[in-house]
Design a protein around this ligand. Structure first.
Ligand code: ZN
Length: 192
């Protein structure tokens, strides 16, 4: 991790980990890829290593991110997909030339057409978003219960009752808030 930048929130779903690079959209928003080299870092952590990124590529990445967020939110709310978001996702998906590669250990890796091709990496993220929005994977899109977050996340729990995008952040904060509210209540009840 590079000093001076917000940490990444990593989940096990590529597309929603990516939308999580902007958090607290309805509160004090935290931009976790504020500069091009932080996108390079994020892509490396997610198996999509590139060696450089321009400002224009970062802008495109953020446009894709917000489009995935908009489309995933619409899916979670069961309303029509915003046409502009669909257009951006499809554009990014079609633009890339990433190939799925099977390793000798039987794992999938992505091979990009060149190490400077952020667009290839974005196409992998766009395709991942398409697969969850289209309902091809086992799980459902839901919105985080935190009113300042409302992040779209992919719930693949057995019961499909996950409430928070992330247990360590939003889930924990909610638990603490409830704990403090209970404590205030019990303190209040001891007063005459
Ligand atoms: Zn959340």
């Amino acid at each position: 991790m590079r000093a001076g930048f917000p940490d990444f929130r990593l989940g096990n779903v590529l597309a929603t980990s990516f939308t999580g690079t902007l958090s607290e959209r309805h509160g004090n928003a935290v931009e976790r890829i504020p500069v091009p080299h932080r996108l390079v870092d994020w892509l490396a952590v997610n198996g999509l290593a590139v060696d450089s990124c321009t400002t224009a590529q970062l802008d495109l990445a953020r446009e894709l991110r917000e489009s995935i967020h908009a489309a995933a939110t619409a899916t979670a709310l069961q309303v029509a997909l915003p046409a502009s978001a669909v257009q951006v996702i499809n554009g990014c998906s079609a633009q890339g030339r990433a190939a799925a590669i099977l390793t000798p250990d039987g794992e999938r890796q992505w091979r990009l057409s060149s190490a400077s091709c952020v667009e290839d990496a974005l196409s992998v993220i766009a395709a991942d978003a398409i697969s969850i929005i289209a309902g091809e994977r086992d799980g459902r899109l839901a919105l985080c219960a935190s009113p300042t977050c409302r992040a779209a996340f992919f719930d693949s729990s057995q019961s499909r009752t996950r409430k928070w995008c992330d247990m360590n952040t939003c889930g924990n904060r909610q638990k603490k808030a409830r704990f403090n509210a209970n404590r205030r209540e019990s303190l209040g009840s001891t007063k005459p």
